[in-house]
Design a protein around this ligand. Structure first.
Ligand SMILES: N[C@@H](CCC(=O)N[C@@H](CS)C(=O)NCC(=O)O)C(=O)O
Ligand SMILES: [Fe+2]
Length: 354
């Protein structure tokens, strides 16, 4: 099983990537709109095909990436019928199975934080994705949307605590940086829901949480009721080149694109002079600005003309794209694979030896 836990620092949301290694079919649980580029890059770098995005519920604190991922990667959107959302491909009912390759998740209804909350349980019951029904030593609040503490108590105790004790619990958020827990651990140590605690105690606890409403609530709830489809569908991605975004957070262009567009960009070679004039040669028209001098010499570059950074392997030049981005240059990309790939693909160089 391919498994990754991804984090959105703005909303403290966890997104989970699961995939069947044989077929490469993948599922993303609770993707975040602002992290779609990152998540799509990871799916592509791991050679996966995103079959589904699943929502554990209609979130109040961030906009889902479901719609944008469907646009980018052709994934299908699923969430519970009880959510009241529109625009999904499948509206799940309790015990429905979501297949990905040879594996599947089963949707359990765990309402209480919202009406439409679902917990997704992996086929072998080794993992449960509880959304905000059960958090690590906590649980989702019940004071807005269709929140109801009594319903939440019963969902957790009957549906989640009946899973095996060693079933890993993967929550929708954690505000302290904790990552995972287990059913057995929460049955013993959850301060609100442990087996020793009664329903009345839980109701009292939940009435006095005293939390401010999520900052994004007025935007997030209506957007999530449409599976994250924005009002205006303008592209957020830069389009000045055939760009790819890496999971490492770097915009890149491939050698063939640079070769076809040599005259429309500033090529900044960040190697040392000995390398620039050495056996690998350099791309015609490249400006030599060693990485260590880039910050001091940044005034030599034009802001309006796109920049492609180059080095031996693409590592130092990736760092250069970040430095230029911080200095306010908006159209910057790294030459993927650097001079090594440029030469391997037999593109011409000035200087250098065969
Ligand atoms: N300060 C956060 C609020 C986060 C919040 O209220 N989260 C909900 C989940 S959507 C919750 O149930 N939190 C439970 C808790 O913080 O204990 C924000 O503005 O987004
Ligand atoms: Fe929530």
């Amino acid at each position: 099983m391919v498994f990754r836990q991804l984090f959105d620092p703005q909303s403290s949301t966890y997104t989970y990537l699961l995939a069947d290694p044989a077929s490469r079919a993948a599922v993303l649980i609770d993707p975040v709109f602002e992290q779609v580029r990152r998540d799509a890059a990871l799916v592509e770098e791991l050679g996966l095909k995103l079959a589904w995005t699943l929502e554990t519920h209609v979130h109040a604190d961030h906009v889902t990436g479901a719609w944008l991922l469907r646009e980018k990667l052709g994934s299908r959107i699923a969430l519970s019928k009880a959510s009241g959302a529109e625009g999904a491909d499948i509206f799940l009912t309790p015990h429905q199975k979501i297949p990905f390759g040879k594996r599947h998740l089963e949707a359990l209804a765990t309402p209480g934080h919202t009406n439409g909350c679902m917990t997704y349980v992996l086929d072998d019951k080794s993992m449960a994705f509880t959304g905000d029904a059960l958090l690590i030593r906590g649980c989702g609040r019940t004071d807005f949307q269709q929140g109801d503490a009594r319903t939440l108590f019963r969902s957790v105790r009957s549906r989640i605590f009946s899973l095996p004790d060693d079933c890993l619990v993967c929550p929708g958020h954690d505000y302290r940086g904790l990552t995972q827990t287990s059913v057995g651990e929460e049955k013993r140590f959850n301060p609100r829901l442990a087996e020793s605690i009664g329903e009345g105690d839980f109701l009292g606890y939940m009435q006095h949480l005293g939390l401010a409403h999520p900052k994004q609530m007025a935007i997030a709830v209506p957007a999530n009721l449409k599976c994250g489809r924005p009002e205006k569908t303008t592209s957020l991605d830069p389009d000045w080149a055939a760009l790819t975004y890496t999971f490492a957070g770097i915009w890149e262009v491939q050698p063939h694109w640079l070769e076809e567009n040599l005259r429309t960009v500033q090529i900044v070679d960040v190697r040392e002079p000995g390398e620039f004039n050495g056996p690998l040669g350099h791309v015609a028209g490249a400006k030599l600005m060693p990485l260590g001098s880039l910050t001091d010499r940044i005034g030599e570059l034009e802001k309006a003309t796109p920049i492609v950074t180059v080095c031996r392997s693409g590592a130092r030049s990736a760092q250069a794209t970040l430095m230029l981005g911080k200095a306010g240059f908006e159209k910057v990309a790294n030459l993927s694979g650097g001079m090594l790939r440029w030469r391997a693909q037999r593109f011409p160089v000035d200087g250098g030896v065969d």
